[in-house]
Write a protein that binds this ligand. Sequence first.
Ligand code: ZN
Length: 478
Amino acid sequence: MASTHRTQTLDRTWPWVVAAVGIVLAGLAWVLLPAIEIRGGDPRETGSIAELEALSERSDLNVLFILIDTLRADHLGSYGYERDTSPNLDLLASRGVRFDRNLAQSSWTKASMASLWTGLNPHRTGVTRFKHGISEDAQMPAETLREAGYRTVGLWRNGWVDPTFGFGQGFDVYHRPITAGAPDDVKRKNPTMKTNLTDNSAILAAEEFLRVYGDERWFLYLHLMDVHEYTYDEESALFGSDYEAVYDNSIRRVDHLVGQFLVHLAEEGYLENTLIVIGSDHGEAFRERGYEGHARHVYRESTEVPLILSFPFVVEPGVVIASRTRNVDIWPTVFDLLGLPVPEAVDGVSLVPEIRASLQGKALPAGDREAIAHIDGTWGRRDVDPLDAVAVAEGPFRFVRRATLAGGLVEELFDVRSGNGGEMENVIEENEEVAERLRSRAIDYLENSETPWSEETPEVELDEMRLNLLRALGYKLD
Ligand SMILES: [Zn+2]
């Protein structure tokens, strides 16, 4: 089910001349546009359960999936952060659905995105190692959508979702935008930038895609990287210059870009017929436990990520889903809304019953689903032993079991109700029964690595160019 040939053909015919004109016009808009304001200008009507149920009958619905790489949930205003990092995302959430406790299935882009797309926990995707790619047997969401008649386009800026690793399956166009350099104020603020590109280039390419294919029914996947790279500009330099403040500046910048794109969608008439999903692949640590960054651990700071759904109608007041959700639930939910089939044997479930119950003011079903996060901290490099870290979140608890470099095993249990919610206090000794139950779940998870696909997980030889692109993102590769 790979689409390499089709992808390349369409890529070559990408209308670059029109793109160049578009970039000039969009560049002017960048200078002239004041702060983003869809408030008051939101063209969508208010809807509720009837409009929700009718979504699957609509033949005009588009799907926009914006993945903001490295965005931890508790740094967004709508998730309780004290800094005003995300006014546009917050507004979208306040008129749609915000999932308050959503877990990514890994803290490393490639493993996390493989789970997000396939609805399977990392061990069952087969994508836990440095060279692994997604099996061609996998039925990827873009394939399902293309078969359902959508024009499918992926615009991505993270080398871990390179088509070499199987992430291009189902996309008519799967493209790394290189059409616009960083604006001057970005260069001034980020003198050590390793690439001259920013999320501007992805947004401009998205607008160009809509100019060309907007009349068809479309699915657009935008994978943004400015937060991962701590890229910010004059306008977003609001919070200071220390490590965490610069991260927040970059969230503010990406929020602004997303806001601009939403205004564009509104002006072009897409907001009333587009289902929008905002998500992230993992969070980021700021030395809470002595380490920083991501792709090593599965504690809350590197795995709790936002998830926001926005309908082609406004929901007032916005829905907040308080139960535990997971990135593996995203596509079962979207397909349920669209009336499309979910691949069998996935670990994720549709969250539509909870959305429906909230809209009807009914009590939600009791209980809390279990969520897994996993990373092999070595990314499966052959010359070292695996360093598996597994987290099992259930109810107020998170159980973490991880191998250490010294050959030991660390087990911790956190209770979100104790302390200030930062999960710094290990309460395993006071909760032996809970620990025992979640430990057995973690071990079961590690022992069940069977993928649902007949073909073996492909292994990819990375050439020097691809390795350099990943190094430019800050990953330390041999
Ligand atoms: Zn990432």
